[in-house]
Design a protein around this ligand. Structure first.
Ligand SMILES: Cc1ncc(COP(=O)(O)O)c(C=O)c1O
Length: 386
């Protein structure tokens, strides 16, 4: 028997991949499955970005680069943050990572001790709880309520802060509910962090993906210089999930430690990928506008469709590309309902509980799919309940 570390026994994976595996097994048996479980855009990386990556390989950008990232990309991120967040970080605050996820992992490794408390949204992105558990810290879950359009309430955070609280993780626009927090809410959370000397890690991977509302960051208060860390990346709004590219803006003292974590774990983010990132940030941005126009159409279609299914009700999400319908009136648990949909309707969606216990009673549909498939899924679900 392999004698695993205690941490290895505490870290955990993501249900999305389990559902995908079940769905693919059904497909191997010849069943037709409509996929709503996968959290990535159904579009290809824009041509100008792909070309920049290919050109970078031709230009022999295939060697090691500084672990903190290629200077040109860090400068592009500096301009980007100024444009989109309203403050200009120092270059020394900017770190390039292979996707946003390592930013979560490494910033948590840098500030969390065993026994510390980490506050985050539930339902929420599974990585936060998994890394908290790996580090021997305590997960403090803030329930997201449908009555509050699934936005995390600053009062609920205040109630949960103790002398052990070390970090609050904020994710807006949010996975899995699609909620987008308001500026006053985020300002209040940043104020709480200051008052109680707590860190904030702000996961803003869906920052450019909002409808009828703007995106705000809690890092504006201290410009990521003292206690806040801004995480963003290229995966979602530039359709670059497989390229693995993200960035962090963090206090300089933290960046010095982060560099050593990066050197020890990854050496650096792929060189040519970073040049594709320069083009993404500095080139034509019309792809995002076009994608969001299409996503809005899909959001409206799926929300309307889900609301027409007996036992389902669904709020219109303000961001990302997830719908999070309430399925309590079906009388099923989230897991039962997700299994029912998969096996009886050929529709793969995730149980809300894949994102934490407070996801009970809900499902997550990623609507990065065609309008035709959205209509077909709604029809098949309706039929499966007849
Ligand atoms: C909230 C959130 N953060 C981070 C990620 C991962 O981003 P990346 O693929 O850039 O590591 C995802 C992907 O689903 C996400 O939903």
């Amino acid at each position: 028997m392999v004698r695993l570390s205690e941490g290895a026994n505490r870290i955990y994976g993501e249900a999305a991949f389990e559902v995908l595996a079940k769905a693919q097994e059904l497909e191997r048996q010849g069943k037709n499955i409509l996929h709503f479980e996968i959290g990535e855009p159904d579009m290809e990386t824009p041509e100008n970005i792909a070309k920049a990556g290919i050109q970078a390989i031709r230009d022999k950008k295939t060697h090691y680069v500084p672990s903190i990232g290629v200077l040109e990309l860090r400068k592009a991120v500096q301009d980007e943050v100024e444009k989109t967040r309203g403050y200009r970080p120092d270059l020394e605050q900017i770190v390039i990572t292979p996707g946003l996820k390592p930013g979560i992992f490494f910033s948590m490794l840098t500030v969390i001790n065993p026994g510390d408390e980490v506050v985050f949204q539930d339902p929420g992105y599974p990585t936060y709880g998994s890394v908290t558990s790996f580090l021997g810290a305590k997960s403090v879950r803030v329930p997201l309520l449908e009555e509050n359009e699934f936005r995390m309430s600053p009062d609920d955070i205040r109630d949960r802060i103790t002398e052990k609280t070390k970090l609050i993780i904020v994710n807006s626009p949010q996975n899995p509910t699609g909620s987008v927090m308001t500026k006053p809410e985020l300002d209040e959370i940043a104020g709480l962090a200051e008052e109680h000397d707590v860190f904030i890690v702000s996961d803003e991977i869906y920052s450019k993906m909002t409808y009828e509302t703007d995106h705000y960051t809690p890092t504006a208060r201290d410009e990521a210089k003292i206690r806040t860390v801004l995480l963003d990346g290229f995966s979602k709004y530039y359709a670059m999930t497989g390229w693995r590219l993200g960035y962090m803006v963090a206090p300089v003292e933290m960046v010095e430690r982060l560099q050593d974590f990066l050197v020890s774990a990854i050496s650096c983010t792929a060189n040519f990928t970073q040049w594709a990132g320069v083009e993404a940030l500095m080139g034509d941005q019309s792809f995002i506008r076009e994608m969001m126009k299409r996503f809005k159409e899909k959001r409206d279609r799926i929300v309307e469709g889900l609301n027409s299914i007996p036992g389902f009700s669904c709020l219109a999400p303000r961001g990302a590309f997830y719908a999070f319908p309430n399925i309590k009136d079906t009388g099923m648990t989230s897991q039962e309902c997700a299994d029912h949909l998969l096996y009886n309707a050929g529709v793969a969606a995730l149980p809300g509980t894949a994102f934490g216990p407070y996801g009970e009673g809900y499902l997550r549909f990623s609507y990065a799919n065609t309008l035709e498939n959205i209509d077909l899924a709604v029809e098949r679900i309706k039929d499966s309940f007849k």
